[in-house]
Design a protein around this ligand. Structure first.
Ligand code: MTE
Ligand code: MOS
Length: 772
């Protein structure tokens, strides 16, 4: 894995491969793809009842409406009526019963989108409502769980809690989050000869769509091809949630024989698709006089919705991130999967990690208040040691933390963000400012990289070198804006010593790289980058071997750099000349590559193992201002130091840190999902659901990447995954708001603040708090 080539594209801040297309509007998304004039369009009929018996669907009137070609429902599905990722419990169309308000019951297929949408209103659905479980509270009361709680116990949590000098307890309710990808769910299905189907979708998981569509139609996987050029954002919301759109489009294409397009309307998208799990955390923790944690007893309740989706894996990530950055010698951590008559919640950037971490971060702030100490000091006392200390500690689930660097990161940020002076300055400000109050919040992140499910940690790639020296490349990962394709291009260009402009990645397709995992768990570059590297190196080796024979030299001494192939004699061929000579010599210029992450293992039953190949780290300091009369808050400044290892592309990585942080702040401040008593989502459009706007980002957002020392794992070019971890740095804004409110009380009490800390909730907390 040499980095020795001059002008290496590795570590360069190369612009995103689609940047120019994005900003000029030329990037093609599913809804932009031209279709033949005989194509049909689809609109979905959604349930308005949360739980009920589905008696009948009357379609006659709709079928007579202008432009309508067909109305499809469960009865039209030839194979399995299921689009679930794991458990087989997500019907494509409701059958016999409806399980959430927003569930798909039928679809109208028509010659235009408008015709399809209008005809949806003409279909009459008869449902007998049944009692529904909507909230986490109701689920707890009625013991409505998908399964028994998962329980992770380490040491002697009860005994150590009882004998601790200082004990705290509390509860925290954390809201869910809508992905709000700018491009909604979308799919095009084209019938092929012999009953096959080709799909163009906006999905993080083309292979799963291939499987689900084939099983729905009762055909083989080989008869379904799924391609993804790019997504206009996924954020986890297109890991499993794109299956439904793809299945319905495929069914329409198969039934009508015409190409079919389904693009969700935004309101439908928000009602139909799962979100981040909202959660309730109930905890108690025991400490010593220094604020060192002795024992943590924590119950996490997740609103899963009507089915599993990915909830189990998400809860496992929440359990394995309940420690975040801190060594906790004794713990009992339980995760309860609440089954409710609401949409089935799903993956969202962080995948349970955020809900896991916010609990312990809240506890750190609470113990600091109790002891009258600086919350940053309490955190540091509890950190896992840095790798350089030679001291290693174990997580509650049994993984040894071998690559700790948080002490170093924290010390650097304290200086660069001028923490101590600003703390004093803010205390002074608050003393003289009764209405507006400022607060500081510091939060570290330690995020495990790899899919918890070991089997998913594999990837493939396919590289072709053409005789003009240009390189075509495919891998199993999908591009959702994160820059994966750009990084993999850099990796392959580096192998051949080429400029990145010579390497092209086309659509991700099941036809080129089979049996792929979702692009998720932040491991897109780790897995696919490594597979592509291996494919490219195989070709390079073949070329070097052949050229060595041809020029009587040693293959090892042939150098590929700056667009040339340099022989030991000093003779230089252009890369295309070298390729041509190999082609004339009948050398294969195409290769696959495969990678599976080494070392990791996990036992789902005991909830122990070493599931993560390594940890990615980061630290953030947020400063907020709160108006105590209106409850409004703003993040004034955020300082972030994030660990992307030896970054392959610092520009893209910084972009991921900025975007992730702002999305995390949105989750905990303005983004609020509201359901009414009957389980109808009331916030199903940007008018009522508030994602951060450009103007909401901190005025000063100072992001730096750590220099990458301390990466103990043989990752691709020693880089680290960066997609999800920065989201959790947003917890620092929540901590800062709590800090600002804290001073409103007469005594040093810890504010009871739930998330998201909207203006309303902040105001209520302040009102309550002022009287204390
Ligand atoms: N960045 C952009 N711009 N758009 C996205 O949809 N998804 C995030 C993250 N960053 C996302 C993003 C999520 S949830 C994951 S898991 C990773 O990107 C996936 O890509 P990677 O594995 O290549 O980092
Ligand atoms: Mo990301 S939540 O793993 O798609």
């Amino acid at each position: 894995m040499s980095n020795s080539i001059i002008n290496t594209p590795i570590s360069s801040p190369i612009v995103h491969e689609s940047a120019a297309l994005h900003v000029t509007g030329q990037a093609v998304y599913v809804d932009d793809m031209p279709l033949p004039s005989n194509s049909v369009h689809i609109a979905i009929g959604l349930s308005h009842v949360s739980h009920g018996k589905l008696n009948s669907i009357f379609v006659d009137e709709a079928l007579l409406a202008p432009g309508v070609v067909a109305v499809l429902s469960a009865a039209d599905i030839p194979g399995q009526n299921d689009c679930s990722p794991v458990m087989g419990d997500d019907p494509i169309f409701a059958k016999n019963k409806v399980m959430y308000n927003g569930q798909a019951i039928f679809a109208v297929v028509a010659d235009s989108r408008v015709a399809a949408r209008s005809a949806v209103e003409l279909v009459k659905v008869d449902i007998t409502p049944l009692p529904a479980v909507i909230t986490i509270e109701q689920a707890i009361k009625q013991r409505s769980f998908l399964e028994n709680p998962m329980c992770l116990t380490a040491g002697k949590p009860e005994a150590e809690f009882d004998s601790s000098l200082i004990q705290i307890d509390g509860e925290l309710v954390v809201g869910g989050q809508e992905h709000f990808y700018l491009e909604g769910q979308a799919a095009i299905a084209q019938p092929l000869e012999n009953g096959g189907i080709k799909l163009s979708v906006s999905s993080q998981h083309p292979s799963e769509i291939q499987h689900k569509v084939a099983e729905m139609l009762g055909i083989s996987y080989v008869d379904v091809e799924v391609e993804v050029r790019r997504m206009g954002g996924g954020f986890g919301g297109k890991e499993s949630q794109s299956n439904l759109a793809a299945c319905i489009a495929a069914l329409a294409a198969q039934k009508t024989g015409f190409p079919a397009r389904l693009v969700y309307d935004r309101d439908d998208d928000m009602r139909l698709t799962g979100k981040r799990h909202d959660a309730k955390l109930i905890y108690k923790a025991g400490f010593d006089a220094d604020g060192r944690i002795k024992s943590l007893i924590l119950d996490q309740y997740f609103r899963c919705g009507m089915s599993y989706d990915l909830s189990k894996a998400i809860a496992i990530r929440a359990l394995t991130h309940a420690d975040n950055a801190y060594y906790i010698p004794n713990s009992r951590l339980r995760a309860f999967l609440c089954k409710t008559h609401t949409v089935s919640n799903t993956a969202f950037r962080g995948f349970g990690g955020p809900q896991g971490m916010i609990g312990i971060e809240r506890i750190m702030d609470q113990i600091a208040t109790r002891l009258g100490r600086d919350p940053l000091e309490i955190r540091k006392v509890n950190y896992y040691p840095d790798y350089g200390s030679g001291n290693f500690q174990c997580t509650p689930y049994g993984q040894i933390v071998k690559d700790g660097i948080l002490n170093t990161l924290t010390d650097q940020l304290i200086v660069s963000a001028n923490y101590l002076d600003r703390r004093k300055e803010i205390d002074l400000y608050n003393k003289s400012s009764p209405i507006k109050r400022r607060g500081l919040g510091f939060v570290p992140v330690k995020f495990g990289i790899s899919f918890n499910r070991t089997m998913l940690n594999q990837a493939g790639a396919l590289v072709h070198v053409y005789t003009d020296g240009s390189v075509h490349l495919n891998h199993g990962g999908t591009e959702m804006g994160q820059g994966l394709h750009t990084k993999v291009i850099q990796i392959v260009a580096d192998v051949f010593g080429l400029d990145v402009s010579r390497v092209r990645i086309s659509n991700t397709t099941t036809g080129k790289v089979p049996n792929t995992s979702a692009t998720a768990a932040s491991s897109g570059t780790d897995l696919n980058g490594m597979a592509a590297l291996r494919a490219a190196e195989t070709i390079k080796l073949r070329m070097a071997d052949y050229l060595a024979k041809l020029y009587q030299s040693c293959a090892d001494d042939i150098d590929f750099s700056s667009g040339s192939v340099i022989l030991p004699s000093g003779q230089s061929l252009s890369f295309s000349e070298a390729v041509n000579q190999c082609h004339m010599g009948r050398i294969s210029l195409s290769s696959t590559g495969f990678y599976s992450t080494p070392e990791i293992h996990w036992d789902d039953n005991s909830l122990t193992g070493s599931p993560y190949y390594y940890f990615a780290y980061g630290v953030a300091l947020s400063e907020v201002i709160v108006d105590t009369l209106t409850g409004e808050s703003r993040v004034l400044r955020a300082d972030i130091l994030h660990d992307a290892g030896h970054s392959i592309n610092p520009a893209l990585d910084k972009g991921q840190v900025e975007g992730g942080f702002v999305q995390g702040v949105g989750w905990l401040t303005t983004e609020e999902l509201m359901y009414d008593d009957r389980g109808a989502l009331m916030t199903h459009a940007p008018s009522t659901y508030k994602i951060p706007a450009c103007s909401d980002r901190p005025k000063e957002l100072r992001v730096s990447l750590y220099d990458g020392e301390g990466n103990q794992s043989e990752t691709i070019h020693r880089s680290k995954a960066v997609g999800e971890p920065p989201l959790m740095l947003g917890i620092s804004a929540f901590s800062a708001i709590s800090d600002a409110i804290r001073g409103c009380a007469k005594s040093a009490v810890f504010p009871k603040l739930d998330a998201p800390a909207t203006a309303e909730r902040i105001l209520m907390t302040i009102q309550e708090h002022k009287t204390l």
